[in-house]
Design a protein around this ligand. Structure first.
Ligand code: ZN
Ligand code: ZN
Length: 578
């Protein structure tokens, strides 16, 4: 057979594009080929984060000699040959092109066998200089060394060993979550960084990738509409991360990135979590492939989805309901070894991870019936919704100690009061009748011309809420009355901030988002602060009001408002029980 090698110049140009930009792109291409070959076990071995060596071993169907040679010479077989055609190669992201470009900027050894005689191929700088029979089991082992050795300009774009390794780890983690039925192992310098068992059980896979603290705090979701089926797991608000890396969305089996999907997920956690924190989410979305355009980016992670608004709504409502159904008072005592909620350990994860931990913890969790976890929390929730709390006292003018027959509770008085006010105001927004108070002294506010214009443009939203605001000279407004949920003592402060909020909501004014921000802002300002003395009657009222809330467990910014110490935990603390 005749092997033609593409022009090295063209190959390097492709490699310099986005197809191969880091070690993880090489890993991605090799591993995707392994998946396409129906592998059930895929092992990735890195040396120095892939800078020195990237090896992918699979137990897939393997290749005979002809296919093996063609795999690296796809350019030679396609009609795309001229440098001018490069644009199309990049925009369409042809499979196979990447393998050829990897081979053109590195040294490749491939050992593959489809059942009969194995083949060994050696390529350096795109030149296939050895094709020979070899002893091999069925499957493929491909080893890339000296990446970018002949393109120094690209070489210097490679990051440090830690960064390259972490990129590979993140990629394999996401891939493992998208293919729970394939066993993945990733090692760096012989240390295991990712290991999944390929059990086919998604919750077990989440456990293997993210650990016990995460897997034991996941809520299962399942829902569908006419076009989309969604299923998977979302973390309780007690497990949050400082970055979006743990938002895993898988569309028709492929890990994808889509801002609208991420936003819908994030919005569903509104008031359940702090701004700037993100949940751990693994969601599989199944839909008609004609609704998806995967080719808007050559790395194929970004996708465009038709009817995205329907999908957003489905995700938002499903996750929101799952969170609401599983509201819980967080237990104050958490096993310290598991308490990594706020630690950003990602950077060193590949050093810290270790297979043995995973296998030991595994025995503590039973994955056979993931529904069980959900049912237990639903029961607990019903019980907690009927809490009958009595105040015991106030600590440092900031915290309230309360009790019932079974537990002791500590509340953050501001967070608790803020939650009560937030829900009260949100309800008032929907009341058909608005009660209004006239200001004793109307408040006039002078604005800059542009602020004035922006404000007048969106002022109607305040009119609807019952505010009476009129023009009062040049660039000046006057507020004459406001709805009564805005308590008298706080009107001065609040009214200025409300006007500011309308202005800062600006051009792309979104009414729902504005009303939510408004409720958050006003409830915070109207709530009792730290270092404020409360009488027993006030504490009692706050406790009673809080328990009645839809979500008594967080302030509207996601901070906890109440913590529980069960009698058992207290007994354990004081060694009354062991
Ligand atoms: Zn606040
Ligand atoms: Zn708050």
């Amino acid at each position: 057979m005749k092997i033609r090698v593409m022009s090295e110049n063209l190959a390097n140009k492709i490699a310099a594009g986005e197809v191969v930009e880091k070690c993880a792109s090489v890993v991605k291409e090799l591993v995707e080929n392994a998946i396409d070959a129906s592998s059930t076990h895929i092992k990735v071995n890195l040396e120095d984060g892939g800078l020195k060596k990237i090896e992918v071993i699979d137990d897939g169907s393997g290749m005979d000699r002809d296919d093996a040679c063609l795999a690296f010479a796809r350019h030679a077989t396609s009609k795309i040959y001229k440098d001018d055609d490069l644009y199309f190669i990049e925009t369409l992201g042809f499979r196979g092109e990447a393998l050829a470009s990897i081979a053109s900027v590195s040294e490749v050894n491939m050992l593959t066998c489809s059942g009969e005689v194995g083949t060994h191929i050696h390529i350096k700088g795109g030149v296939m200089d050895k094709v020979e029979d070899a002893q091999a089991r069925v499957g493929t082992t491909i080893t890339i060394t000296n990446l970018f050795y002949n393109t120094p300009a690209r070489l210097k774009y490679l990051k440090s060993e830690v960064t390259e390794a972490n990129n590979c780890i993140r990629y394999i983690e996401k891939l493992a979550l998208s293919k729970p039925d394939i066993a993945f192992t990733l090692t760096n310098n012989d240390r295991v960084a990712v290991k999944s068992s390929g059990s086919g059980n998604l919750l077990k896979c989440i456990h293997e990738i993210y650990g016990l603290n995460t897997s034991s705090n996941m809520l299962e979701i399942v829902a569908s509409d006419d076009d989309f089926e969604i299923s998977g797991f979302v973390s309780k608000p007690s497990v949050l991360k400082k970055n979006r890396n743990h938002l895993n969305t898988i569309v028709n089996g492929r890990v994808v990135r889509n801002n609208e999907i991420n936003r819908a997920i994030n919005d569903a956690y509104n008031t359940y979590k702090h701004e700037g924190f993100y949940p751990v989410v693994v969601i599989q979305i199944e839909t008609d492939p004609t609704l998806i355009d995967v080719n808007i980016h050559p790395t194929k992670q970004d996708i465009k989805i038709s009817k995205i608004e329907n999908l957003e709504k489905l995700l938002y409502n499903t996750i929101k309901k799952a969170l609401y159904d599983n509201l819980l008072v967080p237990n104050a005592l958490v096993d310290e070894s598991l308490n990594n909620v706020n630690t950003d350990f990602d950077e060193f994860r590949y050093i810290a991870s270790n297979v043995n931990d995973a296998t030991i913890i595994q025995t503590k969790l039973d994955f056979t019936e993931p529904k069980e976890i959900k049912d237990i929390s639903a029961d607990k929730n019903a019980e907690l919704k009927t809490l009958n709390l009595y105040p015991v006292g106030q600590v440092h003018g900031t915290y309230i100690i309360a009790e019932d027959e079974n537990s002791m509770y500590i509340l953050d008085q501001h967070a608790a009061h803020e939650r009560v006010n937030y829900e009260m105001i949100k309800k008032k927004f929907h009341d058909s009748e608005v009660t209004i108070t006239d200001m004793l002294v109307p408040l006039s506010i002078e604005l800059s011309t542009s602020d004035y214009n922006t404000f007048m443009e969106n002022k109607s939203v305040l009119d609807e809420l019952g505010f009476k605001i009129e023009e009062f000279g040049i660039n000046t407004i006057i507020i004459k009355s406001h709805p009564t949920w805005l308590t008298k003592n706080f009107e001065g402060d609040n009214l200025k901030s409300i006007v500011d909020l309308v202005i800062s909501s600006g051009k792309n004014f979104n009414k729902d988002k504005f009303l939510d921000s408004l409720a958050k802002m006003v409830s915070c300002k109207m709530s009792v602060k730290a270092n404020e003395h409360l009488s027993f009657a006030e504490m009692d009222k706050l406790l009673k009001d809080l328990v009645k809330c839809d979500n008594p467990y967080n302030c509207c910014h996601g901070r906890p408002s109440i913590m529980r110490f069960s009698s058992y935990e207290l007994e354990k603390m004081f060694k009354r029980v062991i």
